[in-house]
Design a binder for this molecule. Structure first.
Ligand code: NDP
Ligand code: MG
Ligand code: MG
Length: 332
C-alpha cells in the first residue's frame, strides 16, 4: 500500500528556513514560485536575460535573477525548465553553484533516472511532482486546497531530505490533498509509459484508427469525429469520477455489452506484448536516449509527425466542428 502524507506530517518551517531558487517560470515554475512565496518562503526565480517569462514573473511580484545567480544565492534549487534542456541548464548555471548541504529539486525524474544530470555526493536530491498541470496547482492553492503530489528522494546527504521534500510540497499545497511517496525510478518510468501507451500515444492512435475506419467505410467525417473523439470526454469524465464502474453504470446496457465483447478484440494480447516492449525500452534507457538525440538534432522527425497529424482529416474536421460549439474553449 502506498505511503500517504498530509499537512500534519509536514513541517512548513523547514522550507521557510531555506532560500529557494525556482529555475523556469512556465506551467509548473510559476505555480511553485508564487505558492511558495505566499507560504512565506524566500523565493527567487532564475531565468535567462531576454526570457519571455521574465516579464510575467516580475509583474507577479517575484524577484528574477539569472539561473546562475539564483542557484548561487539559494540552498534549495528547483529545476522546472523543459526536461530536454535541464542537463544544459545544470551544466551551465547550477553545477558550479552547488555547495554541500544544498538540495536539488525536480518536478520529474527524467534527467536523474537516465543519468543526464549527475549531482555531487554532498547534496540532497529530491522530487516533488504535482499530479496536475501547473495552472491547476496554483488555482487549487489559491482556493486553500491543493493538487496531490508525489515525492521522492534520490540522494539523502543531509539525512532529512524527505522531510524537506514534504515541507516543499506543503508550501505548494500538495500535502493538503495528499503526497504519495515514490522513487525517481518509479515516477519516471510510469510517467513515460502512461503518456506513451495510454494517455497520449495509445489514446491518439485509438481515436485516429476509429475515425479512419468509419470514414473509409463511407460515413461522414463529422459524425465520425463526434463518435470517436468528442464523446471521449464524456466517457473519461465518468471514469475520472467513479472508475470503469461509473462509466458502465451511465452508458446503455448495449454500450456496456459492446465494451465487454469488443474491447478485448481491439486491445489484444499482441497490444499488451507491445506495451511490455515499450516499457522495456523505457526501462533500459533506449527511449530517453533516442528522444534526447532527436531533440538535440533539431527535432526533424518530431516536426514531421506533428505536421502529418495536424493535416489529418480528424483535425481539419474537428477544427470546423468546434466552431459550432461555443462552449468548447480552444485555449483551455
Ligand atoms: P514549461 O515549458 O511550461 O516552462 C519552461 C520554463 O523554462 C519557461 O518559463 C521558460 O522560459 C524557461 N526556460 C527555458 N529555457 C530556460 C533556461 N535556459 N533557463 C531557465 N529557464 C528557462 O515547463 P513545464 O512547467 O511544463 O515543465 C517543467 C518541469 O515540470 C519538467 O520537468 C516537467 O516534466 C515537470 N512537470 C510538468 C507538468 C506540467 O503540468 N506541465 C506536470 C508535472 C511535472 P521562456 O518563457 O523564456 O521560454
Ligand atoms: Mg509526463
Ligand atoms: Mg454511441
Amino acid at each position: 500500500m502506498a505511503e500517504l502524507f498530509y499537512d500534519d506530517d509536514a513541517d512548513l518551517s523547514i522550507i521557510q528556513g531555506r532560500k529557494v531558487a525556482v529555475l523556469g517560470y512556465g506551467s509548473q515554475g510559476h505555480a511553485h514560485a508564487l505558492s511558495l512565496r505566499d507560504s512565506g518562503v524566500d523565493v527567487r526565480v532564475g531565468l535567462p536575460e531576454g526570457s519571455k517569462s521574465r516579464v510575467r514573473a516580475e509583474e507577479q511580484g517575484l524577484r528574477v535573477t539569472t539561473p546562475a545567480e539564483a542557484a548561487a544565492e539559494a540552498d534549495v534549487i528547483m529545476i522546472l525548465v523543459p526536461d530536454p534542456i535541464q542537463a544544459t541548464v545544470y551544466e551551465e548555471s547550477v553545477k558550479d553553484n552547488l555547495k554541500d548541504g544544498d538540495a536539488l529539486f525536480f518536478g520529474h525524474g527524467f534527467n536523474i533516472r537516465f543519468g543526464f544530470i549527475k549531482p555531487p555526493a554532498g547534496i540532497d536530491v529530491c522530487m516533488v511532482a504535482p499530479k496536475g498541470p501547473g495552472h491547476l496547482v496554483r488555482r487549487q492553492y489559491e482556493e486553500g486546497r491543493g493538487v496531490p503530489c508525489i515525492a521522492a528522494v534520490e540522494q539523502d546527504a543531509s539525512g532529512n531530505a524527505f522531510a524537506l521534500a514534504l515541507s516543499y510540497a506543503k508550501g505548494i499545497g500538495g500535502t493538503h490533498a495528499g503526497v504519495i511517496k515514490t522513487t525517481f525510478t518509479e515516477e519516471t518510468e510510469t510517467d513515460l509509459f502512461g503518456e506513451q501507451a495510454v494517455l497520449c500515444g495509445g489514446t491518439a492512435a485509438l481515436v485516429k484508427a476509429g475515425f479512419e475506419t468509419l470514414v473509409e467505410a463511407g460515413y461522414q467525417p463529422e459524425i465520425a469525429y463526434f463518435e470517436c473523439l468528442h464523446e471521449l470526454k464524456l466517457i473519461v469524465d465518468l471514469m475520472y469520477e467513479g472508475g470503469l464502474d461509473k462509466m458502465r453504470w451511465s452508458v446503455s446496457e448495449t454500450a456496456e455489452w459492446g465494451d465487454y465483447v469488443t474491447g478485448p478484440r481491439i486491445i489484444t494480447d499482441r497490444t499488451k506484448a507491445e506495451m511490455k516492449k515499450v516499457l522495456g525500452e523505457i526501462q533500459d534507457g533506449t527511449f530517453a536516449q533516442r528522444w534526447m538525440d532527436e531533440y538535440h538534432s533539431g527535432l526533424p522527425k518530431y516536426n514531421e509527425y506533428k505536421k502529418a497529424d495536424s493535416n489529418h482529416k480528424l483535425e481539419t474536421t474537428g477544427k470546423e466542428l468546434r466552431k459550432l460549439m461555443s462552449w468548447v474553449n480552444e485555449e483551455a
